[in-house]
Design a protein around this ligand. Structure first.
Ligand code: ZN
Length: 129
């Protein structure tokens, strides 16, 4: 799936469960933010085309840096602070974050058909993917 799909799914959940625009925006963004580790894609493409030494920011780190429980805890803490200590908003953000991970597991593949593993327990363990 692509980020606009995650945003739409998260927005539907946020719109049905929150009362303020701020909380809707926070919960919706929490459902998209795991893919921030894919921002290396254009840089990797540009460098691979123009230089001899590839810089594999996307190939090596997409689905690694931000698709795990450590980043989920970081996002939950940030949402808790941004929502002015609203536990409900933090929990909804955790829900949309984990819904993103679930959708990646069931429906996300690279252009070559490779299904990226989601190392969920990072940084605690790399055992369960
Ligand atoms: Zn993702």
């Amino acid at each position: 799936m692509i980020p606009p799909t995650y945003f739409a799914i998260s927005w539907v959940i946020a719109d049905a469960t929150t009362k303020t625009r701020r909380d809707r925006a926070i919960v919706s963004l929490a459902g998209v933010i795991p893919d921030i580790d894919g921002l290396g894609y254009p840089i990797e493409n540009w460098i691979t085309i123009n230089w001899d030494a590839p810089l594999l920011w996307y190939s090596e780190y997409h689905h690694i840096l931000c698709h795990n429980v450590g980043f989920a805890a970081f996002v939950a803490a940030g949402v808790f602070w941004l929502s002015k200590w609203s536990r409900k908003t933090a929990l909804l953000a955790c829900l949309t974050f984990h819904l993103h991970l679930f959708c990646d597991v069931i429906g996300s593949r690279g252009a070559d058909g490779y299904q990226w593993p989601v190392p969920y327990l990072l940084p605690i363990s790399n055992a369960w993917q």
